[in-house]
Design a binder for this molecule. Structure first.
Ligand code: PLP
Length: 388
C-alpha cells in the first residue's frame, strides 16, 4: 500500500545512493545507470562540483522570489544566451513549464500581429509534457485520452516531413509557429534528416512564423552539441530546455531571440520558484562542466562508440530493426514489443527504458568511461539475444 497516486508504473527497487555512473539500492547492489533519471543526471550522480555549488548556495540563500534581482539567475541567463546565440531567458521548474512559456509566446506574438486564433504546428509522435497545453501539443493519443476538451490552436504534421508543413502554410493563414523536438525522445529516438531543422527554418522565414525547438531532452550536451540544433546551421526563435540543465535540481528555461524575445513583458507570465538561487547555482555548475570540462565532446565520442558497438554486436540478430543514435540519445528498435527488457536489465544491474513499446532507449551519463559504455552495450545486447 502506498499513499502516492498511482500515476507511474514503478519497478520494485529503491535506490539510496549514487556515485558517477552508478546508483545503489538498499541492499548495496550497484546498477549502471543507462537512463540518468530520464536524461537528467548527465554528469552522473553526486557530481562533486554540483554538490559543492548546491551546498554553498544552501548555506547562503535559497529563495527570494522574482520580485527581486537574483544574481545566479542573471549569470545563468547570460551564459545560456551566449552559448545558444539567443537574446533572453524565462526560467521555470520543468520541461512542461518551459513549453507552456513557449506556447504563450507563440500565441501572444500572434495576437500582437492581429491573428485572433493563432495556430501552432506540432508533430506526430512528439512529447511536450503533461500540462493541458503541452499534452494537447503532444502527438500521442495515449497522453491525451480522457482529458478532453483539449486546447484549440494546434495543427498536426508528420515528423521529418517538411513538405507537409509547406502544404499547411499554403492553406492556413493562422499559423504563427512550428514547435518541434530536434530528436523525438519519448517517441523512440527518431532522428530526422540532417537538414530537417534548416528546412523548417526556411519555411518559417518564408511565412513569418516562429521556429520553436523543444530541447527539454536533447539539450545540455545530450546529443554531442550543447543544443541539438547546433548540429545544423540555423538559429531558432525559441528553445525550451529542462531535464539535464540542473543535473537533478529541477529547473526549466525558455530561451528566445529577436521578436520572440520581446513578447513576454511585465504581467504576462511568471513563476514563484522559477530560476531561484538554488536551481541556478546547480545549473551554473552544470554549464561549467559542459563548457570547460569537455563533457559535450565526450558525449559525441561515446555516442559513436556505442552505436558502432551495438551495430557490430547485434549484426546477426534478426529481431533488431534499427540502431539509432545522436550523441547519447540512443535507441535500439526491435521488430516486436520488448517491455520485459526493463526488468531483465534491472536484474542484470543496468537501468534502461523502453519507449513506444519496442525501442530500447539509453540516455547514459555524458562523462562515463569507455569501460562503462562497453559494459552497457554488452548487457543490452546479451538481453536482446536472450529474448525468446
Ligand atoms: C520530458 C520532456 C518534456 C516534459 O518535461 P517535464 O519536466 O517532465 O515536464 C517535454 N518535452 C520533452 C521533449 C521531454 O523529453
Amino acid at each position: 500500500m502506498t499513499s502516492i497516486m498511482p500515476t507511474y508504473g514503478r519497478l520494485p527497487v529503491s535506490f539510496v545512493r549514487g556515485e558517477g555512473s552508478h546508483v545503489y539500492d538498499e541492499a548495496g547492489k550497484a546498477y549502471l545507470d543507462g537512463l540518468t533519471g530520464i536524461a537528467v543526471c548527465g554528469l552522473g550522480h553526486a557530481h562533486p562540483a554540483v554538490a559543492k555549488a548546491l551546498s554553498e548556495q544552501a548555506n547562503t540563500l535559497l529563495h527570494t522570489s522574482n520580485l527581486y534581482l537574483i544574481g545566479p539567475q542573471e549569470r545563468l541567463a547570460t551564459r545560456l544566451t551566449e552559448l545558444s546565440g539567443m537574446d533572453n531567458v524565462f526560467f521555470c521548474n520543468s520541461g512542461a513549464e518551459a513549453n507552456e512559456a513557449a506556447l504563450k509566446i507563440a500565441r501572444l506574438h500572434g495576437h500582437n500581429r492581429g491573428i485572433e486564433a493563432p495556430d501552432v504546428i506540432v508533430m506526430d509522435g512528439s512529447f511536450h509534457g503533461r500540462t493541458m497545453a503541452t499534452l494537447t501539443a503532444t502527438g500521442n493519443r495515449k497522453v491525451q485520452a480522457g482529458f478532453e476538451p483539449l486546447l484549440s490552436g494546434f495543427v498536426r504534421a508528420p515528423f521529418n516531413d517538411v513538405e507537409s508543413v509547406r502544404q499547411i502554410a499554403a492553406n492556413n493563414k493562422n499559423v504563427v509557429a512550428v514547435f518541434v523536438e530536434p530528436v523525438l525522445g519519448e517517441g523512440g529516438i527518431q532522428i530526422p534528416a540532417d537538414d530537417y531543422l534548416d528546412n523548417l527554418r526556411e519555411v518559417c522565414d518564408a511565412n513569418d512564423w516562429l521556429l520553436m525547438l523543444d530541447e527539454v531532452q536533447s539539450g545540455n550536451g545530450r546529443t554531442g552539441k550543447l543544443f541539438a540544433f547546433q548540429h545544423g546551421n540555423l538559429k531558432p526563435d525559441v528553445i525550451t530546455t529542462a531535464k539535464g540543465l540542473g543535473n537533478g535540481m529541477p529547473i526549466g528555461a525558455c530561451i528566445a531571440r529577436g521578436a520572440a524575445a520581446e513578447v513576454l513583458v511585465a504581467g504576462t507570465h511568471g513563476s514563484t520558484f522559477g530560476g531561484n538561487f538554488l536551481a541556478c547555482a546547480a545549473a551554473n555548475a552544470v554549464l561549467d562542466e559542459l563548457t570547460e570540462g569537455g563533457v559535450v565532446e565526450r558525449a559525441a565520442e561515446l555516442g559513436e562508440r556505442m552505436v558502432g558497438a551495438f551495430r557490430t554486436r547485434l549484426a546477426g540478430n534478426n529481431r533488431v530493426r534499427e540502431i539509432r543514435g545522436k550523441g547519447l540519445m540512443l535507441g535500439v528498435e526491435l521488430n516486436e514489443p520488448c517491455p520485459t527488457l526493463v526488468a531483465d536489465a534491472l536484474q542484470a544491474g543496468l537501468l534502461i527504458n523502453v519507449a513506444v513499446d519496442n525501442v530500447v532507449r539509453l540516455l547514459p551519463p555524458l562523462n562515463m568511461s569507455d569501460a562503462e559504455a562497453d559494459r552497457m552495450v554488452a548487457i543490452v545486447a546479451d538481453l536482446i539475444d536472450a529474448l525468446d
